[in-house]
Design a binder for this molecule. Structure first.
Ligand code: HEC
Length: 227
């Protein structure tokens, strides 16, 4: 009998250990799943570097993409923001500030909202939500404004951000001008015209279409961070 009891204890201990291992596995897989989106941060630093050299990801040519942006798709994308933001004129403050007129407006544009110190610091460095600034912020808020209290992972797809910014602009910021198309921001700028591509330029020509495709076709944009 005492032998049986001892055996029971051993079995019980084994079961307890097995259960603990299962719990640890569940928890760690949950942790990995929630952390995965932070990978998109690699993409965030690229636009600044792109301004200096043509090799890296080019900044978005707003003068070309905004006039043809899909505002309705941008409104649909705003569904990801409504848990915290309103965008209508005089809309209520929620977890986040009302966003009416935010495009082209000052950082911390909503009077009476308790912004984070991180956002105040960002305002000192970049006072205006111009198109580039909004794009960087919406790509990965926590990377672009470290310590921001906007708990949102960000939008990786470039075309979705463009549509969303076009929608935000339509809500109280139509007066904020769209810049003229900027050849320096266009993927083909440094490459020769298609039909006349000289053999010597093959290196450039091979790289350029890939970037152009990424900018035009939303699904392909997923591949952009690798460039
Ligand atoms: C979980 C809540 C939450 C979600 C979701 C969210 N935001 Fe925010 N947002 C905030 C908070 C909070 C702030 C203030 C940040 C700070 O003070 O650091 C903010 C700030 C902003 C600002 C700066 C406003 C200003 O006055 O300077 C913009 C622009 C913005 N959010 C856009 C968006 C967009 C677009 C989306 C959807 C793609 C979105 N946010 C999703 C909570 C959220």
């Amino acid at each position: 009998m005492s032998g049986d009891l001892k055996w029971n204890k051993i079995m019980g201990a084994c079961l307890g250990t097995a259960f603990a291992i299962l719990v640890v596995q569940q928890v760690s897989s949950a942790v990995y799943h929630t952390k995965a989106p932070e990978k998109m941060g690699y993409f965030v630093d690229a636009p600044d570097e792109a301004a200096a050299g043509a090799e890296v990801v080019l900044p978005i040519d707003w003068g070309t993409v905004l006039p043809v942006a899909d505002v309705a798709a941008g409104q649909a994308a705003f569904a990801r923001c409504v848990a915290c933001h309103t965008v209508n004129a005089g809309g209520a403050t929620g977890t986040g500030p009302n966003l009416h007129g935010v495009v082209g407006g000052p950082v911390m544009h909503a009077a009476g909202f308790a912004y984070s110190d991180a956002m105040a610091k960002h305002k000192a460095e970049a006072p205006t939500w111009n198109y580039d600034e909004l794009d960087h912020f919406l790509t990965a808020p926590g990377r672009y404004v470290p310590g921001t209290k906007m708990s949102f992972a960000g939008i990786r797809d470039e075309q979705t951000r463009i549509n969303l910014i076009a929608y935000l602009r339509s809500e109280g910021s139509a007066g904020f001008a769209i810049p003229a198309p900027d050849p320096a921001r266009q993927p083909g700028a440094a490459a020769p015209a298609e039909g006349e591509a000289a053999p010597a330029a093959e290196g450039d020509a091979a790289a350029a279409p890939a970037e152009g495709a990424a900018a035009e076709a939303a699904p392909a944009a997923e591949a952009a961070p690798a460039a």
